[in-house]
Design a protein around this ligand. Sequence first.
Ligand code: SAH
Length: 409
Amino acid sequence: MNLYPLALRLDDRRVLVVGGGAVATRRVPALLAAGARVEVVAPELTPALRGHVDAGRVTWHARRFVPADVDGAWLIQVAVDDPVAAAQVSEAAEAARVFCVRADDRTAATAWTPAVTRHGAVTVAVTDDGDRRRALAVRDVVAAALESGPLAAVPAGRSPGVPAHASAEGGHVALVGSGPGDPELITVKGRRLLAAADVVVADRLVPGMLLGELRPEVEFVDAAKIPYGPAAAQEEINRILVERAQAGKFVVRLKGGDPFVFGRGGEEVVACAKAGVPVTVVPGVTSSIAAPALGGIPVTHRGVAHEFTVVSGHVAPEDPSSLVDWAALARLRGTLVILMGLKNLSRIAARLLAEGRAADTPAAVVQEGSTDAQRVLRSTLGEVADAVSEAGIRPPAVVVVGDVVTALG
Ligand code: SAH
């Protein structure tokens, strides 16, 4: 069969979907992503399709197909099992000269949907002449090559959420969360942007494995090695981000966990905005949830905790510069997650006890969560500080206080 490959611009064009079952459920999201005005004709819908209708994204005609439905459609997707009903749609589509995709019988279709992978601005579509599995396999190989093979070095170009790639017009900065430590816990988007970076500025807690994958020509700035005190170092980082971006580079600022959880990400966004440098924020998997999870502790659990509070313990409770209301935290019965809390742990625990939290409240510490070096220590609020020093627990570690610590046994 001689197919003519084509990409359609469906933005604000009416696309008719006949059928409201599993096939329609799988096809509708891509049509919506292309901006199509999707109308579904079906007596019943799956809950997922119903969700699109309720959210106003899809128009639903709750009835069987009638030939007049094809009027004004630019494309038709047939997603019904019944061959007679499907043939009826095909016939109406043919008469109206509208291309028609048939999920039930490809030989009866006038249009085919390819196997697709998207990588930034690049869309790869693979068609086949009947061997769908082969098309999917080819697609998967290309997708893997775009992700991490030789093609990964090809700049991803303009893509959703990214203003522009490095160019003479001026570069930009992406503030990317690297996740808690396991290099596989970066997001797909974060990894894609990292592969396209000209400059990478990374923190101490960023997984080293991710940096090992950078192309040799990428400029690497180790933010942990910048001298001066913390405040001056932050200014220096801001300066590097702005200067490189203004020189037209695509700068990825890689930060441990999530960039906005005690990561000073906000300050960097402000510095870039002041200098007129566009910034993209890519959230990350934060250690405040991931480290407990990988230590076997859910931060919430049905019937146990309906809240979790994440606090920084880097300022001691009695320090006048502390912004944490420890008395209020001691009154909560839910989960307390403390980051940067090892140094002040005995004072924090003492304060929580003094303010009324019970000494036998379960407490745990997860060191280097998600990495090969992960250690988990289980104790109680009354004893956790001593247990930590006895066990030689070191940063980075999160402390979890609350009944969730024993929820999974
Ligand atoms: N933005 C980061 C937190 C930065 S503050 C995030 O969202 O995860 C640094 C603190 O995070 C450390 O002192 C420690 O308390 C915690 N932390 C970071 N990575 C960790 C890990 N792998 N295991 C346990 N705690 C971690």
